[in-house]
Structures are given as structure tokens and as C-alpha cells.
Design a protein around this ligand. Structure first.
Ligand code: THU
Length: 131
């Protein structure tokens, strides 16, 4: 699975975002070690706190289907689904990544056009907490 293919899946997932409150549509594509991909989008809620980010939607789908071995995630987002720059994962999502992923887990932060920036989980969450 190339980063480009994973990015395409994340962009498709972004179109399914439910974001009537913030207007920010976010998509994610989570790559498992066996090549399986789980996509996710943000799903907002009128009570606000039940809202979930695209990345955690993807992790919840994967883990609940028995997948726990992950290689990479591609993430994109933007106002009204228009990508105007990278959309880095929030702190809560980084901590969820930490629960299941090693330091070398790859995060592809999708930029405008064909661009993207690559980070490891260790780079995005140094000195992290885990049990
Ligand atoms: N959001 C994500 O889906 N992922 C992140 O990592 C950051 C934020 C969503 C939550 C909310 O629906 C919208 O983006 C604006 O914060």
C-alpha cells in the first residue's frame, strides 16, 4: 500500500464527514500490518462532547473488528472539506495512537494538491504516556 493510495482513501472518507457544527470535514485511512485499511470521518453531535474525530473513528472500527497491528494513518481535513494545508491529529487522537502503535507508526498529514508531510508517532508525541 503506497502513501498515495492511503491518502486517496482518506480524502474519500473526508467526503462522508458529519460536521454540521464546526464545518470542518476530516478523513482518515488507517493501514493495518496485513494491508487492511479502515477509513474514518469525524462525526459531530449537537451535544458536542459525543463528537468523535476521524482518526478515532478509524481506530474504533479497526479494533472492534479485531485488528490491533497498525503501520500508518493518512489524515486530511479542512473547512467545508476543502484542504488548505495539513490537518495534524489532535492530542487525544495522538494518545489513542499511542495505545496501539509503536514509535515508528507513520502519520501522513495530507497537504494541498498531491503534497503530504510525514511524521512518526514519536515525533508527534514525544515523551508519551502509556501503561
Ligand atoms: N477533528 C478530527 O476529526 N481530527 C482531529 O485530529 C482534529 C479535529 C475534528 C473534530 C471536529 O469535528 C472538527 O474536526 C473541528 O475540530
Amino acid at each position: 500500500m503506497t502513501p498515495e493510495k492511503l491518502i486517496e482513501i482518506a480524502k474519500n472518507a473526508m467526503t462522508r464527514a458529519y460536521a454540521p457544527y464546526s464545518g470542518y470535514k476530516v478523513g482518515a485511512a488507517l493501514l493495518c500490518a496485513d494491508g487492511t485499511v479502515f477509513s474514518g470521518c469525524n462525526i459531530e453531535n449537537g451535544a458536542f462532547s459525543p463528537s468523535i474525530c476521524a482518526e478515532r473513528t478509524a481506530f474504533a472500527k479497526a479494533v472492534s473488528e479485531g485488528y490491533r497491528d497498525f503501520t500508518a494513518i493518512a489524515v486530511c481535513g479542512g473547512k467545508d472539506g476543502i484542504i488548505s494545508g495539513v490537518f495534524p491529529p489532535c492530542g487525544v487522537c495522538r494518545q489513542v495512537m499511542r495505545e496501539f502503535c509503536k514509535d515508528d507508526f507513520m502519520i501522513y498529514m495530507i497537504d494541498v494538491g498531491e503534497g503530504y508531510e510525514t511524521r512518526t508517532l514519536k515525533e508527534l508525541l514525544p515523551d508519551s504516556f502509556s501503561l
